[in-house]
Design a protein around this ligand. Sequence first.
Ligand SMILES: NC(=O)c1ccc[n+]([C@@H]2O[C@H](COP(=O)([O-])OP(=O)(O)OC[C@H]3O[C@@H](n4cnc5c(N)ncnc54)[C@H](O)[C@@H]3O)[C@@H](O)[C@H]2O)c1
Ligand SMILES: O=C(O)[C@H](O)COP(=O)(O)O
Length: 592
Amino acid sequence: MAAHLLSAPSLKSNPTKTPSLSWRLPLPASLTSVAPRGRRSFVVMAMDAKPTVLVAEKLGAAGLDLLKNFANVDCSYNLTQEELCTKISLCDALIVRSGTKVSREVFESSGGRLKVVGRAGVGIDNVDLSAATEHGCLVVNAPTANTVAAAEHGIALITAMARNVAQADASVKAGKWQRNKYVGVSLVGKTLAVMGFGKVGSEVARRAKGLGMHVIAHDPYAPADRAHAIGVDLVSFEEAISTADFISLHMPLTPATSKILNDESFAKMKKGVRIVNVARGGVIDEDALVRALDAGIVAQAALDVFTEEPPAKDNKLVLHENVTATPHLGASTTEAQEGVAIEIAEAVVGALKGELAATAVNAPMVPAEVLSELAPFVVVAEKLGRLAVQLVAGGSGVKSVKVTYASARAPDDLDTRLLRAMIIKGLIEPISSAFVNLVNADFTAKQRGLRIAEERILLDGSPENPLEYIQVQIANVESKFASAISETGEVKVEGRVKDGKPHLTRVGSFNVDVSLEGSLILCRQVDQPGMIGKVGSILGSENVNVSFMSVGRIAPRKHAVMAIGVDEEPKKETLKKIGDIPAVEEFVFLKL
Ligand SMILES: NC(=O)c1ccc[n+]([C@@H]2O[C@H](COP(=O)([O-])OP(=O)(O)OC[C@H]3O[C@@H](n4cnc5c(N)ncnc54)[C@H](O)[C@@H]3O)[C@@H](O)[C@H]2O)c1
Ligand SMILES: O=C(O)[C@H](O)COP(=O)(O)O
């Protein structure tokens, strides 16, 4: 991405000292959701001495060498939170893996000196991103270097579990020779369901094919042709879990995937299924897994990750005789750690020098004047992305997105890069563990094979208002809400700013008008009197507050789409009651 998006760092040359740095990064609250009023920008202060980097967890030697060429490096492992908080005020950068909690207290204790946190790995669940941004601290990660290691660990767990390697090893070491007890199962010809066909999942699939397994995958957002290219069929969640002999989890932990394997899903699985998890502990309801193991539905599980890490000593799942457990070792190979160390050291050094980091996860940057003008449209853009992706049910994956900006401004007079970044953020964040901002939006989209085509419609009228409306269309997909498909076959949503507020103004071929706040119910019905009352009273009786309601129809007494903004998330039963109204043909609940 072009460096001029960031107000350029001023480098004062001084032959005897490290160059001084001064960045000024305007801070759009919508990109970070954390900037308190009056703190919309932050400045990385001038550094006249060599910076100090605290490496709080073991990092590969090549990465350390890179850091040492530029900074004083303090490797202090196993620090308590208190020790970390004490040290941090003397450090310009901090590098961690998943074992160090970089809490708000750490940022507060830094006294403003900490400028960069480097996460040597993918997940940044251990870094308080809001606090980082509030304190003007850039967070960078290393998202690709440990993919193969994680995939290899998944395969190691599948094979070790199938042949009882861990249990048999413990038995031999205890002086036993139990050849009959540890008869395993073969992998060849067995069906493996890969849940989450991203970087790690696709590498697991490729390797499992080599072991002679029949591989299917479930990932509503992955391109089908990428799966077909390696001989994998993308199937529904139900089909994946009900037909698999082995299930391997590779999706991020998001509100939608939290406890996605639970009592209900275990009940649908083949008796004797085997489960592997090298993603995040929270995607499995661990108590439900213990029940499924006890009931014999799940024959075995092999787990690298846990809801709480390290798990409690008396954790029933870890102690279960049919469970193989490893202490979050997915990324722990010499090679991956060298790769991650180099990736993160380069990112941290680059950030300390004032360069843009493609793997930055919280760096907002856009000129303040552009930001203030586009601020309300930024919200529309992100929400349209979120809505559009949540409307997708399947098809060839979210690959091709067309964004249309309708404006009376000449194209040169309207910088849409921030809007595009926010649409990408809206499209990607609900379906991944990625954090998207202006720095990494295009990079993240490209990495996921997501093509964003932008089109401008030049309107007559006053160019005072930067934009009339934004349209987001996703091609080659099916929708959970058939009415969201436009006349030309794409999932289509359109929004605009009204009285300073973001509004949804079109879904598919239906005009609607609903404020984009809280959550949204879209409902297609036969246009007839009394529908608004019926739906409103169901929501009212369940204490769900309706913030907005609008009906768009093709013609009187034909079909209509009702858009209902709600402040609270309705219960499943409440939504079912709406679906049961005879005139309702389809409906969908969407989180904004
Ligand atoms: N154990 C370890 O040490 C280790 C190492 C690396 C990665 N990880 C974890 O593995 C997971 C995958 O990492 P990645 O780098 O492949 O991420 P990725 O973003 O490349 O892939 C995740 C995939 O999951 C899909 N997905 C999202 N929601 C889904 C849903 N509801 N159902 C099915 N699929 C869904 C996405 O479309 C995407 O294709 C992450 O949770 C990551 O933190 C763990
Ligand atoms: O998020 C990751 O990159 C993996 O879970 C690995 O984490 P680790 O580097 O702390 O082992």
